[in-house]
Design a protein around this ligand. Structure first.
Ligand code: BMA
Length: 321
């Protein structure tokens, strides 16, 4: 369904310049992505050998070959957070009215919360706040719907036996100011036990198409003895009421098959976290013919790129149940 780029993995740990201060890092994965001010940008998750996590920007003129910045990202104001903060990671990027908003996971002493930051130039970043409740995999819609900002997120309160806190439901939240958020109604979609997407979480932010809000998510199959398997699927949400699912893929659309996805820091993982949609009409709707570049973390070790089109993704959703 999704076609891997022949130059995969497009980024590995050797691409991180020592000038970042990250000497001989272990991994680079789960990037946010955006086309902004004429270039393609990734916000990379880089893990040092201490397993401390940093975020590093990279940019490209073709979406394949990226130049990695010499500095790490600093969210101005985050240093004033009083609670112990261990890691921030898995950023997702959304442009709203010429400004880029970043949603990210934040591991605190008691829970993982959803953080937000904003930037007008992808050079300086301003921290905005954290969710009150444990949550992660948050993605902002690129425009207000019915006068409200919307985001999808994955409450992170459940604990799988013997494992870390996680979840099997994606919810919709709304806000007037991008700071205070409240849940809208029931979960938008849930995990399908015994199949590929038992645990779920949003991938890149939703994209507006004439057919509805198109969205990619990751699903985890947990029922294999040796290891969880992270895969990708798609879901189409109603344009006017995105709490309503129109169609959803039944098969996954990307699963670990290549060596760099099957083996690494965490084996059997493809984790889509960013995408760039090339062609959009005058009203902001993605064209069915548009190329889509999907960026994903592979085995929590490196970055993969897979291509498709809006039309193919819509078709794969329509084949779901
Ligand atoms: C998820 C998150 C991701 C990671 C994935 C596979 O729960 O922690 O950051 O890529 O697991 O390890």
């Amino acid at each position: 369904m999704l076609q891997r780029d022949p130059s995969n993995p497009i980024l590995t740990r050797s691409a991180i310049p020592p000038a970042t201060g990250l000497i001989d890092p272990s991994s680079v994965f789960n990037p946010g992505a955006i086309h902004f001010q004429g270039r393609d940008h990734l916000m990379l998750r880089v893990q040092a050998r201490s397993r401390a996590t940093s975020l590093v920007m990279a940019s490209s003129s073709n979406g394949i070959h990226f130049e990695v910045a010499n500095t790490t990202v600093h969210f101005e104001g985050l240093e004033r957070e009083a609670r112990v903060l261990h890691h921030i990671y898995d950023p997702r990027l959304t442009e709203i009215d010429g400004e880029v908003f970043i949603t990210f996971a934040a591991d605190m002493e008691d829970a993982c919360r959803l953080g937000m930051a904003r930037s007008k130039d992808l050079v300086s970043f301003e921290f905005m706040g954290f969710s009150e409740a444990p949550s992660r995999n948050g993605v902002l819609f690129p425009e207000k719907v019915d006068g409200r900002y919307l985001r999808l997120e994955r409450p992170n309160a459940g604990v799988v036996a013997g494992g870390v806190a996680t979840g099997d439901a994606v919810i919709l939240a709304e806000s007037d100011d991008l700071v205070a958020w409240s849940q809208v109604g029931a979960p938008v979609f849930s995990g399908r036990w015994r199949y590929w997407d038992e645990l779920i979480g949003s991938g890149p932010p939703p994209v507006k198409t004439r057919a509805g809000w198109l969205h990619i998510y990751h699903g985890v199959a947990t029922h294999f003895a040796s290891s969880n398997i992270y895969q990708a699927g798609a879901v189409l949400l109603d344009l006017k009421d995105p709490s309503q699912v129109l169609t959803r893929t039944w098969d996954n659309i990307l699963e670990p098959r290549e060596l760099y996805e099957l083996t690494g820091q965490v084996p059997n993982v493809v984790f889509p976290s960013g995408w760039i949609v090339r062609d959009v009409d005058a009203e902001g709707f993605a064209l069915e013919s548009s190329e889509v570049l999907v960026y994903y973390g592979a085995a929590d070790t490196c970055v993969g790129l897979a291509r498709t089109t809006i039309g193919e993704l819509l078709h794969s959703c329509s084949e779901g149940t």
